[in-house]
Design a protein around this ligand. Sequence first.
Ligand code: IPM
Ligand code: MG
Length: 368
Amino acid sequence: MDKRIVLLPGDGIGQEVMKGACQVLNAVAERYNHSFSFDTQKIGGEAIDSEGTPLPEETVAACHNADAVLLGAVGGPQWDQNPPHLRPEKGLLGIRKELGLFANLRPVKGFKNLLDASPLKEEVVENSDLLIVRELTGGLYFGEPSGRSADGETVVDTLAYSRSEIERIVEKAFESAQVRHKRLTSVDKANVLASSQLWREVVEEKKASYPDVSVEHMLVDAAAMKLITQPGYFDVIVTENMFGDILSDEASVLTGSLGMLPSASVRADGVGLYEPVHGSAPDIAGHNKANPLAMILSAAMMLKHSFDMNEEAQEVETAVREVVEAGYHTSDLDVKDGVSIGTTEMTKKVVEHISSQDATHNIMRCYA
Ligand code: IPM
Ligand code: MG
């Protein structure tokens, strides 16, 4: 299969981890006889520096023509004082909105031998395996009016949703629950917010179409507590943009392996943007220290969600898991045992794992 992939490495460690993902995708292409073409474009701080905007038109046009987009990370201290329209994050928010990527999927699952890097007791986190489905193109991030009054003394942000915006994300969450453990928790603040009251109504209406999924509603403050006291309780969480932003960062540190967590931002037709949950980590950029596994696992999510290449995605996930279980990790992980290796070495281990299956795979194909 031929697929066009736009690469947006962005800032900081984005460049290094993106290299890792490409090498892994090349290994997948070779093994499974696919052809992936890569088109690298600018976003975030590097685009501000060279083009004067965090999201150049050329980048937007390339993404519109792509089958999927991979993004490294955006941001860094050198742009922190920039005015709002010249901040790297604007590039990320802009491309999500431009492409209409309304569903952000953030799976959190621990690796057994990394659990001692978790800030929680091992027995609390060991069974965590959850997916946050965050609404990504509406809510508090994009509602109008927003901004500051002329005298600078008053500010406003608006949490707005239409029924159809809620419906499509809730449907996505029910579908996700159907292929997991069939438990959906809808998180809101319905005791206070009108937007949450409509959210609840929609979830209640939709549940009849997914009788195999059990649903409950939970207030966002209670959900924040439950995530750290009993993370194993959750299967799929669906929630508004800002709540999802906060809860997904909370969830991402549960298992102690933030550097391993991928995410997908998708729309109904399968086009998607895939990025690690971690940021640009400017302090370690360029030192071959970054953990490439979140980016590599994001590429695996792309294979699955955008290209329907389930076997290939599974292969990448297995390679990552086996390399980690063999005791290799990058220095971001504070684990007692194992061997600490660099970005390029970690990438190489995963690539070798995928390529080494070549011979067996070909034999199987000959007999198939
Ligand atoms: C995320 C990030 C972004 C967000 C920022 C960088 C705008 O925190 O992807 O979670 O809030 O969506
Ligand atoms: Mg965030």
